[in-house]
Design a protein around this ligand. Structure first.
Ligand code: ATP
Ligand code: MG
Length: 309
């Protein structure tokens, strides 16, 4: 659906995107993660046909950004990382304006606006001024605007930035709904954990290049070669220790009387098999889970943890 090869864009001497390759399939929710200045916005703008690259191939649904801007724009909705100022417009007028630009007929426009306000949870703000909306509401309105022409593909540049935890949850729920609707979505963020649970695939960009792509588990596995797991159990600490010592793919990080953190090489299935055999051995496991905080270290490992700017 989206195919990018050798994308290159420089601003003077500053290389923003450096021979980037990326392909994203239909229905994928792709998390585009990277530190400040990594080239996320630049790449998204190129896909949205708002910025011409210096070189590289970019095909959206087999349409090239060099020859079919109109065709591409009809299938893409773009939500920029900033919200423009639109004074003296209500939410309704705002969406109506963009709907008219997209060429919607009046009847269809009214219906679309109501549906979109419903989707982004702003029905009661329909006739309120845009400037009076909170940041989270503006962001959701901006998302509705990106959807006004019912595009198949959505490009969302940091949709959750600056939102409080509650607003983030709301945004996540909307994104889940979009996934449900079968849209292909690219979401950029500089926070990996934020995207992990939502995205089918993650691409990590650093200094204008994709440095890793896959599910979070796959990337984790490639980078660290093992998954960190936390396990709690009742009693039998010695039994547990003896048991795990005999497993070559397992390395204990730390343990107490009732819990143990360890690294396990292998797939999720291997982890499930391990749990099964421990229970079989009579070890009273009360919880067994992958450690989440590892996402941060994964991100730091891949990007050097510095700004690219
Ligand atoms: N209009 C511009 N003029 C000059 N340099 C630019 C321009 N836009 C971006 N850059 C540079 O290109 C590089 C990539 O910027 P880009 O905005 O694509 O990064 P980003 O990954 O979106 O970062 P952030 O997380 O901060 O949004 C940066 O070094 C930035 O300074
Ligand atoms: Mg950006």
């Amino acid at each position: 659906m989206i195919k990018i090869e050798g994308l290159y864009k420089a601003y003077g001497k500053n290389i923003a995107v450096n021979h980037l390759d990326l392909s994203i399939g239909e229905g994928e929710i792709f998390g585009f993660v990277g530190p400040n200045g990594a080239g996320k916005t630049t790449t998204l703008k190129v896909i949205a046909t708002l910025l011409m690259p210096d070189s590289g191939k970019v095909l959206i649904d087999d349409k090239s950004i060099y020859s079919d801007i109109k065709g591409i724009r009809s299938s893409i909705g773009y939500m920029p990382d900033f919200f423009g100022v639109y004074e003296n417009l209500t939410s309704y007028e705002y969406l109506s304006f963009f709907g008219e630009i997209a060429g919607l007929e009046r009847m269809q426009l009214e219906k679309t606006i109501d549906e979109l306000l419903e989707l982004v949870n702003l029905v009661d703000k329909k006739h309120e001024m845009v400037d009076g909306l909170s940041r989270g509401m503006k962001q959701r309105l901006c998302l509705a605007r990106a959807l006004v022409h019912n595009p198949k593909i959505l490009l969302l540049d940091e949709p959750a930035s600056g939102l409080d935890p509650r607003a983030r949850v709301q945004m996540k729920d909307i994104l889940k709904e979009l996934k449900h609707m079968g849209k292909t979505v690219i979401i950029s963020s500089h926070i990996l954990p934020e995207l992990a649970e939502l995205c089918s695939t993650i691409g990590i960009i650093n200094k204008g290049k994709i440095v890793q792509k896959g599910t979070v588990e796959e990337i984790n596995d490639r980078v660290f070669g093992a998954s960190p797991i936390k396990m709690d159990y009742i009693e039998n600490e010695v039994d547990v220790l003896n048991f795990v010592k005999a497993i070559p793919s397992l390395k204990v990080i730390q343990h107490t009387e009732r819990s143990m953190d360890f690294l396990l090489k292998g797939s999720e299935r291997d982890a499930a098999e391990l749990l099964k055999s421990m229970v079989h051995q009579g070890i009273a496991v009360t919880s067994f889970r992958k450690m989440e905080n590892n996402l941060e270290s994964l991100f730091m490992e891949l990007t050097g943890g510095e700004d690219n700017a």
